[in-house]
Design a protein around this ligand. Structure first.
Ligand code: GDP
Ligand code: IMO
Ligand code: MG
Length: 431
């Protein structure tokens, strides 16, 4: 009896609460996977007064019983030193998640992020000056660049004959040094030394995850794929060039794990009840007034990977429709509804106007055009009541229910969860 994988994806510009939605599925998950990106991602989950920040490990590893296997698929880019540090950090928490390495499988086809990729990320951002993307400087773009340039190094290379790894490593460094002469030889030597030790430590986790996942699907295991980043920073569909370097949309699940399209089942879109964006690039519904500041403060919108402020604005249904069109959401999870509790009048962006053309389900591909659109809004009355303790949809204030139902109607996708706080239990399931 074969199964289909359940997917959770970010519908906006990231940090929608994907981790929290994945955590709702955790007790029904045998295998939790990441299919793309690296530790540019941060997923926060609060369980029993412990707050976990996961960068690379999929959130399913926190499920009770600690039986869930974590998979980092071929589409991921992984800094092994930082992954091992994350394993130590999560393993040291009081609820004793201490068998992480026994439950972690890393694709032998996943690419390695080296320290010099992170150095290059910083250099590229410096070179771009005022046009910088505002990357997380985790080396994501440079690693995907070496991957598609066919000079990258994969996990399988590290776990085989170290001499061969050394040759590839030297070739990669030589190639990069021609483009970035300031890369120091010391950086190279120190890194090579480090990898001798890391190889032994990580070897037991590295395997053919394509074979593993397909056999798990065939035997009916419950698989959850946890998206990192989000649709609007997808390398193809996002606000290019202000994007990340992987496909954070549904196609990335198949290419990043090696599973067939027909084995994708439910696709859940995580949607923040308003909009935020970390880093540069166009943001049509951005608020720079007191309500933007209110969303920032109430929503605690600081990106922990970089300590940067997230820009805040009203919910934008144009990007939600676009995101739905690409990913085919079967249901949505709306998070952070509680952040709107004290706002008397709430707006939702429903269309854009630019040079006489109206956009309702898509947007100009060119970022400077997108930055010029005029947004049309609808206005709803707020509820001016705290929602944090509500656990049933019917118990939400009428105007809060109305807000959720309006989103459902405008986007055309049912809402399955409404979250009203960061803790695991601060959520309601609608169906
Ligand atoms: P992800 O990257 O999509 O997994 O999202 P993040 O975890 O980076 O960002 C979401 C932030 O909002 C985290 O700090 C969560 O703890 C927090 N959060 C999630 N759901 C809610 C909610 O319903 N209300 C509030 N106030 N905070 C939430
Ligand atoms: P999660 O999974 C929000 C943004 C960065 C930058 C751009 C490119 O937590 O939702 P990169 O380092 O990937 O080359 O940066 O993408 N970005 C994110 N923004 N949430 C994320 O992940 C992000 N991952 C990357 O801020 O603008
Ligand atoms: Mg995040």
């Amino acid at each position: 009896m074969s199964s289909k994988a359940t997917v959770v994806l970010g519908a906006q510009w990231g940090d929608e609460g994907k981790g929290k939605i994945v955590d709702q599925l955790a007790n029904d998950t045998d295998v939790c996977c990441r299919c793309q990106a690296g530790n540019n991602s941060d997923h926060w989950i609060e369980i029993n007064n412990n707050t976990y920040m996961l960068n690379m490990l999929p959130s399913g590893i926190l499920s009770s019983g600690q039986k869930c296997t974590a998979v980092l698929g071929n589409g991921c880019v992984i800094h092994l030193g930082q992954l091992l540090a994350e394993i130590d950090r999560i393993g040291s928490k009081t609820i004793g998640i201490n068998n992480l390495k026994d439950r972690l499988l890393i694709s032998d086809r996943a690419h390695i992020v080296f320290d010099f990729h992170q150095t290059i990320d910083r250099l590229q951002e410096q070179q771009k000056g005022s046009n910088s993307i505002g990357t997380t400087k985790k080396g994501i773009g440079p690693t995907y660049t070496t991957k598609v340039s066919r000079i990258g190094i994969r996990m399988g290379d590290l776990c085989g004959d170290f001499k061969q790894f050394e040759v590839k490593f030297c070739e990669l460094f030589k190639y990069l040094k021609t483009h970035y002469p300031s890369l120091s030889q010391e950086l190279f030597d120190a890194e090579l030394d480090k990898y001798k030790k890391i190889a032994d430590e990580i070897r037991p986790c590295i395997t053919d995850t394509v074979l593993y996942l397909n056999s798990q699907l065939s035997s009916g295991s419950r698989i959850v794929i946890e998206g990192a980043n989000a649709t609007m920073i997808d390398i193809d569909f996002g606000t290019y060039p202000y994007v990340t370097s992987s496909n954070c949309t549904v196609g990335g699940c198949c290419t990043g794990l090696g599973i067939p399209v027909h084995q994708i089942g439910q696709v859940y879109g995580a949607v923040k009840a308003y909009t935020t964006r970390l880093g540069g690039g166009p943001f049509p519904t951005e608020l720079t007034d007191q309500w933007g500041q209110h969303l920032f403060e109430t929503g605690k919108e600081i990106g922990p990977v970089s300590g940067r402020k997230r820009r805040c604005g009203w919910l934008d249904v144009v990007i939600l429709r676009y995101s739905t069109m690409i990913n085919g959401y079967t249901a949505l999870g709306i998070t952070k509804l509680d952040v709107l509790d004290a706002i008397p009048v709430i707006k939702i962006g429903i269309s854009y106007q630019l040079d006489g053309k109206q956009y309702t389900h898509s947007m100009p591909a060119n970022s400077s055009d997108l930055a010029r659109v005029e947004v049309q809004y609808i206005t709803l009355d707020g509820w001016l009541t705290s929602t944090g303790s509500v656990r049933k949809f019917a118990d939400l204030p009428d105007n809060a229910q109305q807000y959720v139902r309006t989103i459902e109607k405008l986007v055309g996708v049912p809402v399955k969860w409404v979250s009203v706080g960061p803790k695991r239990e601060e959520i309601m399931t609608l169906f």
